[in-house]
Design a protein around this ligand. Structure first.
Ligand SMILES: Nc1ncnc2c1ncn2[C@@H]1O[C@H](COP(=O)(O)OP(=O)(O)O)[C@@H](O)[C@H]1O
Ligand SMILES: [Mg+2]
Length: 299
């Protein structure tokens, strides 16, 4: 079992048509045909959208993505058209609603990895490969890879698991030329992001992008280089050979899998509400990632 514990209702705004409720973001279309993407405070873990929100998360993710889009502007064009609040939208959308170009999205989670962990580590331990790419012996949880790699995954529906796929499978799905463009753009954006994060004492272990076409032009969409789409590790605590502390949902995952939650991941039961200390520690992690990366204070 997985999905939404409580599925949110779309907001009625004159002039906007609701298109989709994602795990974290709600999509609307405005009268010009552009996309209005609204980041909520929802948080997901273990394929569930949890019943508890993290205050400010939607605005932190939106503002961090905007900051990155600027840093990346010479590497790849992005989908942002305006940060103005659409007329008639609720005031609390301020800072978390973006008007974007509606792209023809490619059904590929474009993952770049510079370090080994997570599903990459699991595959490596079985076969010494990640997404079919051969890697040297002797790597462990948290090891830096000899060079960053493109490890695409299929995009799964809410409540389902993304699955790593070999590059050849992406080429079959989107065509060889587009696949090559995706790999090139993914590694270029990762490289820029990694260098900027490193200067700020943060390791960008891996990250996921989504691209689409605006006419013939490949454009980066969705969110970029946020704690929801990336593994950020404090560089001063990096120590391969064990799981690394990270700027994301670690507190949430740890609590959900601890006896305190009373929840069994493998059961059919939805996860419980988060206690206040987990909410505030998680909010603080997101804010700290924003502040360290952008060098500006949140409030
Ligand atoms: N510019 C864009 N044009 C069309 N769709 C987009 C664009 N940017 C992002 N999206 C889509 O918007 C959705 C973002 O909401 P999210 O909560 O992340 O959903 P998901 O549950 O699919 O991860 C994703 O499905 C993403 O593919
Ligand atoms: Mg998403």
């Amino acid at each position: 079992m997985s999905g939404f514990v409580d599925k949110p209702e779309p907001i009625e705004v004159p002039g906007l048509v609701h298109l989709h409720t994602g795990k974290v973001r709600d999509l609307y279309q405005n009268e010009a045909g552009d996309l209005v993407m609204v980041a909520s405070d929802r948080i997901s873990a273990y394929d569930w959208v949890l019943p508890t929100e993290i205050p400010d998360k939607g605005r932190v993710l939106t503002q961090l993505s905007l900051w990155w889009f600027e840093q990346l502007a010479d590497v790849v064009p992005n989908h942002v058209l305006s940060t103005d609040l659409p007329e008639g939208a609720p005031a609390d959308w301020q800072g978390r609603a973006l008007v974007c170009k509606s792209l023809r999205m490619l059904p590929v989670e474009c993952v770049a990895r510079g370090y080994l962990t997570g599903s990459g580590l699991a595959e490596y331990n079985e076969t010494r490969t990640v997404c079919g790419l051969a890697l040297p012996e002797g790597l462990t949880d948290g090891s830096e890879l000899p060079a960053p790699i493109f490890t695409p995954a299929t995009k799964a529906a809410v409540g389902e698991h993304d699955e790593n796929v070999p590059y050849e499978e992406v080429a079959r799905q989107v065509g060889a030329e587009t696949a090559a463009q995706l790999r090139q753009a993914t590694l270029a954006v990762y490289g820029r992001g990694r260098d900027i994060a490193r200067d700020r004492g943060i390791i960008l272990a891996d990250t996921k992008f989504e691209f689409g076409f605006d006419g013939e032009t490949l454009v980066i969409g969705d969110e970029v280089l946020t704690p929801d789409s990336s593994r950020f590790w404090p560089a001063d605590q990096w120590e391969p050979g064990r799981p690394q502390p990270s700027y994301d949902k670690q507190f949430v995952r740890d609590w959900l899998t601890s006896p305190d939650s009373g929840w069994d991941r493998r059961s059919e039961q939805p996860p419980p509400a988060l206690p206040e200390h987990v909410v505030s520690a998680t909010r603080a992690r997101y804010v700290e990632a924003y502040e360290r990366l952008t060098g500006t204070s949140w409030s």
